[in-house]
Design a protein around this ligand. Structure first.
Ligand SMILES: [Zn+2]
Length: 305
């Protein structure tokens, strides 16, 4: 009953303030306690997983999915903590990670992101799905008000939360978030457990950089570190990161062998170097081996030239 009253009060406040207008769904987000002060919010589509860091000093959110999800996000946060939502970190610029910014800023939340994320939010955004989809420029209220070039630390709820730029991987503005006391990491879309990695070449992404970024994340992790993936169901861990790194090594090795033989891109695609991996990693129709392999091929060929 208390939960229902809270939900109605939050929805009423937001509706009156004009922040949001969508329906609140029951249990839209699956709420999972990851470890220590960190929870993970997972939507039914398993895209854009959100990190919630909470305690007596307040709440810090990592990513906020789409505009339409804000009410449900607030309800889910309230099921974890009554403390104010004070900060939001965007791990990168994609719409399923920044879409709630404008709503949350209106709610009084301070938004932080890497310098490059803010710069890219000053224009419309093109991403490489199916040959290029364009998203409109976000409203001014959605922009991060604090940016960093390298790293920034929060000192909240009795622990340090380190946020730092990863090597160019998914994009060139990917931040990793490391909750040191809780022993949890949120790696944004550098780490997905449900599909091949997306390399956003329109926004500075790099396949070889993704290998460097995953190597760094594994190096920083301890044996018991829990990891929130940007996409994919459930909390992951060191073994999950090692599985993804092994996948990246496998793809690099097989495509490099074809490049070394002098095959063209067309011949490389016909050779299907990831055929043995597609069943596990290539099932999401919007991003398959046919999207990834040309990017890997071009990067490896450039190394040979
Ligand atoms: Zn992304």
């Amino acid at each position: 009953m208390a939960q229902l009253i809270k939900k109605i009060m939050i929805a009423a406040t937001l509706l009156m303030s004009g922040v949001v207008s969508a329906q609140v769904a029951d249990n839209f987000f699956k709420v999972t306690h990851v470890a220590g002060n960190v929870h993970m919010l997972e939507a039914p589509d398993t895209d854009g997983n959100i990190g919630v860091f909470s305690g007596p000093d307040g709440v810090l959110l990592i990513d906020d999915r789409y505009d339409r999800d804000t009410e449900n996000l607030l309800v889910a946060v309230r099921s974890i903590s009554d403390a104010d939502i004070r900060f939001l970190v965007n791990t990168h610029v994609h719409p399923d990670h920044i879409g709630g910014n404008n709503n949350l800023a209106a709610y009084g939340v301070t938004i932080l992101a890497h310098d490059d994320v803010r710069v890219r939010m000053l224009t419309e955004l093109r991403i490489p799905r199916r040959g290029g989809i364009t998203f409109p420029q976000p409203p001014p209220g959605a922009l991060p008000v604090i940016t960093y070039s390298d790293a920034i630390s929060f000192h909240l709820n009795g622990e340090e939360v380190r946020v730092f730029i990863a090597p160019p991987a998914h994009t060139d503005g990917d931040s990793f978030v490391h909750f040191l006391g809780s022993d949890v990491m949120h790696l944004g879309d550098v780490f997905r457990t449900n599909m091949y990695p997306i390399i956003d070449v329109y926004n500075g992404g790099s396949f070889l950089g993704m290998i460097a970024a995953m190597e760094l994340a594994i190096e920083l992790a301890g044996p018991d570190t829990k990891v929130i993936p940007g996409h994919g169901s459930g909390v992951s861990n060191r073994a999950g990161m090692q599985e993804v790194l092994a996948l990246l090594y496998d793809i690099r090795e097989r495509v490099a062998a074809l490049v070394a033989q002098g095959l063209t891109l067309e011949q490389t695609m016909v050779a299907a170097p990831t055929a043995h991996l597609d069943e596990r990693w290539g099932k999401v129709p919007s991003w398959t081996a046919s999207d990834l392999i040309p990017i890997v091929y071009e990067e490896l060929r450039a190394l040979n030239n």
